[in-house]
Design a protein. Structure first.
Length: 218
């Protein structure tokens, strides 16, 4: 079974958590695209979705699923999204698709975070995947210098502008043993919009696509 087929297994398995008549939080990325396809198969049973990116919004709308603005919704029952890395305590690195800030906002208003991944995303220690940091453009060099002080090697993701009009620094060379503390430290830097550490709001359920189907850990 290919990696994409395993992603599809995870994406479709997440339908189990979608309540009839609900508005669903939808993330961004290749695994989530499979979940959006799955959501399209039950679109008559849901009110719609809140999306974390322009790309996901366009895909949802193309399938005929109504997309609500985040400000129109007080809370969501579930938010379904992928991760670039996830550790045994369900802390995640996200932001490979540059949608980390909007993903964090949608996660914050959600009762339950369903993380859908293939098996390659599970790690013991976060940090092998470069940690994305969304930064206001004028602060890019300052924030990069501060990230070096924290032991990282920040690389400007050239040619990428986030949906919020900002830039991304990808921090290489970290072994993140205290994700919550590092999330606080980086978020405290002037000019940082947010860091792609999802530790204070980690995953509640992990659905892993495997060659033998989807494995659910609640």
């Amino acid at each position: 079974m290919t990696q994409d087929e395993m992603k599809k297994e995870a994406g479709w398995a997440a339908l189990k958590y979608v309540e009839k008549g609900s508005i669903v939080g939808v993330g961004t990325g290749s695994t989530v695209n499979h979940f959006i396809d799955a959501l399209g198969s039950i679109k008559e049973e849901i009110k719609g979705a809140v999306s974390s990116s322009i790309a996901s919004t366009e895909k949802l709308e193309a399938l005929g699923i109504k997309v609500f603005e985040c400000n129109e919704v007080a809370k969501l029952d579930v938010y379904v999204d992928g991760a670039d890395e996830i550790n045994p305590t369900r802390d995640m690195i996200k932001g490979g698709g540059a949608a980390l800030t909007r993903e964090k906002i949608v996660a914050a208003i959600s009762e339950k975070f369903i993380c859908i991944v293939d098996g390659t995303k599970a790690v013991d220690v976060l940090g092998k995947f470069p940690l994305p940091v969304e930064v206001i453009p004028m602060a890019r060099s300052y924030v990069a210098r501060e990230l070096v002080k924290l032991g990282g090697d920040p690389v400007y993701r050239e040619g990428v502008i986030t949906d919020n009009g900002n830039v991304i620094l990808d921090v290489h060379g970290l072994a993140i043993t205290d994700p919550k503390a590092l999330e606080n430290t980086i978020n405290g830097l002037a000019g940082v919009v947010t860091v792609g550490l999802f530790a204070h709001r980690g995953a509640d359920v992990i659905i892993t696509g495997t060659p033998n189907g989807a494995v659910i850990e609640e």
